[in-house]
Design a protein around this ligand. Structure first.
Ligand SMILES: NC(=O)c1ccc[n+]([C@@H]2O[C@H](COP(=O)([O-])OP(=O)(O)OC[C@H]3O[C@@H](n4cnc5c(N)ncnc54)[C@H](OP(=O)(O)O)[C@@H]3O)[C@@H](O)[C@H]2O)c1
Length: 281
């Protein structure tokens, strides 16, 4: 695989650069994806373009400026990459999110569930998905609750636990954490085995949990079982946060398509234990 990785400064981008050491990996400073079509790059040196760049500030995307930035990075950027991929005959790998769904279903979401985003972030990502879907050779990878090297919920909980904080966390948003290195491994597997093109849900496996349960498990794994994690509802938690984005209550994705393609989907509880112990060592 002669791959160019974009967004290499982010959680998934870093994991991809580690999984594909022979690839060229560019952070935003190296290439702004909204300018990819006009960039001074010899595309003939690549057969695969992997885009891990995105505007991921879900609440920030609700502001006037944030909405524009989200649409630039999450819709116009991928559309520009789709143009490049089609013109230069590249396989395009792109990251989506379960925020393109409304989370009202009481079942795990399959890849072809109706798109119905609740937030500006989700809408901008949905537009990017549609652009990427126009490229014949594309993989659209949809993780949830990403945990890697960078800012994420588990890191926030570890920092709070270390300070002795007893947090209040929502208990009615259900999903499964996905570890960045497993997303990178899934991408390498799909591309290198020539799996059928299209969308793939790739998340941690195992019993889904609420954010409160993920917080409680993180506290316990880091030796802070004595500190209380109090559960609240999304409605109560966001009542005094009018600028916050609406989030899907059900973030659980159906994983059978990735399973059939032979993608390894480790149990998120095992991965969380590894992640916490690596951080503590
Ligand atoms: N994080 C989650 O929980 C989650 C859940 C589901 C799906 N996803 C999706 O998974 C993908 C990776 O997420 P992540 O957690 O790795 O995100 P992340 O850590 O926020 O990384 C995103 C990276 O993209 C860069 N970027 C933003 N705009 C750019 C632009 N115009 N050109 C080039 N680079 C740009 C950012 O740079 P700056 O730091 O300079 O802005 C950042 O390094 C995204 O597509 C996201 O939508 C994430």
């Amino acid at each position: 695989m002669r791959a160019l990785i974009l967004g290499a400064g982010g959680q998934v981008g870093r994991a991809l650069a580690a999984a594909l050491p022979q690839a060229i990996a560019l952070s935003r400073k190296g290439l702004d994806i909204t300018a990819a079509a006009g960039a001074d790059i010899d595309w003939s040196g690549f057969d695969t373009l992997v885009n891990a760049a995105a505007f991921t500030d879900v609440d920030g995307a609700e502001s006037t400026d944030g909405r524009a930035a989200a649409w630039r990075a999450n819709a116009a950027g991928p559309a520009s990459l789709a143009h490049v991929a089609a013109e230069h005959n590249l396989t395009l790998v792109h990251l989506s999110t379960e925020y393109v769904f409304d989370g009202r279903a009481d079942e795990p979401y399959p890849e072809d569930a109706p798109i119905a985003p609740l937030s500006a972030y989700g809408a901008s990502k949905a537009a990017g998905d549609l652009a990427v879907g126009m490229v014949e050779r594309h993989y659209l990878i949809r993780p949830t609750w990403v945990v890697g090297e960078g800012r994420n919920f588990v890191r926030t909980m570890l920092a709070l636990a270390a300070r002795g904080v007893e947090p209040t966390v929502v208990g009615d948003q259900i999903g499964r954490p996905t570890f960045a290195q497993d997303i990178a491994a899934a991408i390498v597997h799909l591309v290198s085995t020539g799996a059928p093109y299209g969308p793939y849900h790739v998340t941690g496996s195992g019993e889904p949990a609420s954010w409160a349960e993920v917080a409680r498990t993180t506290y316990a794994l880091s030796g802070h079982r004595d500190l209380a994690v109090t559960e609240t509802s999304s409605e109560a938690y966001f009542a005094d946060k009018p600028q916050a984005a609406r989030r899907p209550l059900n973030s659980v994705l159906e994983l059978s398509r990735a399973e059939r393609a032979g993608v390894a989907l480790p149990n998120w509880r095992d991965r969380l234990a590894d992640y916490v112990s690596a951080g503590l060592s």
